[in-house]
Each structure stands twice: as structure tokens, then as C-alpha cells.
Design a protein around this ligand. Sequence first.
Ligand code: 5GP
Length: 189
Amino acid sequence: MRLLEERIQKDGEIIGNDIVKVDMFLNHQIDVELLCEIGKEFKRLFADRPVNKIVTIEASGIGIACITAQYFSVPVVFAKKGNHRNVGNDIYTGEVFSFTKGVTTQIGISRKYISPDDHILIIDDFLANGGAAKGLIGIIEQAGATVEGIGIVIEKGFQSGGKELREMGYNLKSLAVINSIDEGKIIFG
Ligand code: 5GP
């Protein structure tokens, strides 16, 4: 998605040699007009799938998922991180290793909000090693629901998550794929 790639080039910051900070328009300040274009693009890419629910993970996936959900006319469910005191006992849980924070976190979704009838599109802001996406897939599959697709705003193609999820057979589509970060310059695929 050219508009997104241009925005990453313009406003993205590179931290170390593998983290891209997009706080200017996606992860802290949010450009809602850009999010609408992102939502429309996800709708176009997954138009052939019978999606009835979007699932994401708190916190940065929520805004993207909600705007995208408007184009699908479906609800959003987000996995909560931590010990789930306010979700109730009846929850599906999984573990996610956070690439950016270097810690493993428990995630959970109430059993009330996912059922075997659900056809789910997973949405997230970044894909690195695939921990977040695999954690969500684990929960969705525990519930007996179907993963119809995985929509990622920014995939870092030089990390392993995209290759692994595609090899596992998931219908993964990313709006911008960063192939490499070379001397402070972002190269797209
Ligand atoms: P993964 O679980 O695929 O290793 O990493 C994806 C998750 O980590 C996303 O939910 C995202 O929040 C965070 N993440 C991974 N890489 C980056 C990055 O380069 N920049 C930002 N802002 N978040 C990232």
C-alpha cells in the first residue's frame, strides 16, 4: 500500500536495527484518515472471506481493528494481557513472547465472545516473529472457530513470523512489508 509505505518513510523512526517506531501516525498519535484507508484495504484483500468477527490484541491493535471492522460491519474482540481478573474465569488463554519488550505475557479472551461458529480475521499493527499472531490463533482454535485470515499493517519480512505463518497455511496479508533496514534506511518488499 503505497500511501502507507510513504508515511513509514516520512514519519517512521528506526530503533536499533530491527524496530520501527510509528508513534507519529499509528501507535501513539493516530491518523484516523490513514486508518480508514487501511481498513478499506483490508476489506478489499479479504472480501472473499466470510468474516463475522475481528480479533486483535491490546493495545495497539484495537484502533486499527475497530476502524477495519466498520468496513466489514462486524464486532471486534481484543485479547487482554495479564492476569484477566476483569475478564472472569471462563476464558481461553495463551502466551505471547513480546518481541519489543522481551517478556512473555499471558493473553486471554472470554469464552462468551468466541464460538465455533465464528469466522475470524486477525488484525495487528506489526508482524515480527509471529508470537502475537500465534497466541491469537491458539485461542481461536481452542474455541473451535475458524481463522479466515491475518491482516497486518506492517510486516518485517526479515523476521520469521510471516514465513512461518504462510507455511502453516494461514491466509496472511500485509499492507507494507519491510524487507530490510539498511544503514537507517527502510527498504520495502
Ligand atoms: P511478533 O509477536 O510478531 O514477534 O511481534 C508483533 C507484536 O510486537 C506486535 O503486536 C507489535 O505490537 C510489536 N512489534 C513487533 N515489532 C515491532 C516494531 O518494529 N515496532 C513496533 N512499534 N511494534 C512492534
